[in-house]
Write a protein that binds this ligand. Structure first.
Ligand code: SAM
Length: 258
């Protein structure tokens, strides 16, 4: 996967992609991240990227010309190598926007599967000229129903969430399988995790996790994940595909466990 980030604050990205799993994915060439300064796609000597809104009102709006020029240049001159199996994959031109579809794990999985390249446009000020949305952007993504000062933090969140789902990025192929919201769990929350010491200030790790009986551990974890989901995010259970046994667990636990 190749990510191109288009921003008026390229320095913003120094740091977040230089640690942990994202850093390792870059070093191993599983992903490429390129940060581009929108101002370098202007043609005036002051590198102006914004202007006042037609119709009046507060704030500034990002102009369409530099954004179109930037995306068209990136698409024309820098095509990532097509790897076997990637022939059907697409390039997403993504606008980070509070008006977009709210980002979730299913969306991250979809982008990781469908795309070989993502160009992420980071808005600022009042936002971006609407013609960019109508004629250039393929996906509009929000990271939640709140308004940030710019699209850089949302873009980081999307790069991070998509990258960890790409093949061979996490240490083990199954690492993301039990994650909260993942398709494999049926979209419920992850189970509780414990590590040493088994007794910390008198708080004990559940006995079953210490016994080494794999089937019992798996059963306990699934049950705990479902109960936690019912307690914290009951709406997720409405769409979860549950077995008879799992429905029984949920039914048999009384209100006192919640
Ligand atoms: N006037 C716009 C509105 O109310 O819809 C908000 C503009 S916001 C101050 C500036 C930029 O920050 C946006 O163009 C977008 O790129 C980014 N942004 C802000 N909140 C966001 C969110 N929740 N998700 C994704 N991007 C966001």
């Amino acid at each position: 996967m190749r990510f191109d980030l288009l921003t008026i604050f390229p320095e913003f990205f120094a740091g977040p992609f230089e640690h942990g799993i994202i850093r390792r994915a870059r070093q191993q060439n599983r992903i490429e991240i390129h940060v581009h300064d929108l101002r370098s796609f202007t043609d005036d000597k002051h590198h102006v990227v914004d202007d006042r809104p037609f119709g009046g009102g507060d704030g500034m709006v990002l102009k369409p010309e530099p954004i179109f020029r930037a995306v068209e240049t990136l698409l024309a001159v820098e095509q990532p190598e097509t790897l076997p199996g990637d022939e059907q994959k697409r390039t997403a031109i993504v606008l980070m926007s509070p008006q977009g579809r709210v980002f979730c794990q299913a969306e991250a999985e979809r982008l990781a599967n469908e795309c070989s390249r993502m160009i992420l446009l980071c808005g600022r000020y009042e936002g971006i000229d609407e013609r960019v949305i109508e004629h250039l952007v393929t996906d509009e993504i929000s990271i939640g129903d709140y308004v940030l000062t710019g699209g850089e933090i949302p873009a980081m969140a999307v790069v991070d969430a998509v990258t960890r789902l790409l093949p061979n990025v996490l240490g083990s192929e199954t690492s993301a399988v039990h994650d909260s919201f993942s398709a494999e769990t049926g979209g419920v929350l992850d189970y509780p995790h414990y590590t040493r010491p088994a007794d910390f200030r008198g708080w004990q790790v559940p006995e079953v996790l210490i016994g080494g009986h794999h089937a019992e551990v798996a059963k306990w974890r699934r049950r705990a994940a479902l109960l936690k989901t019912r307690k914290r995010r009951p709406e997720l259970l409405a769409n979860a595909e549950l077995t008879e046994q799992e429905r029984h667990w949920l039914a048999e636990i009384g209100k006192e466990d919640l």
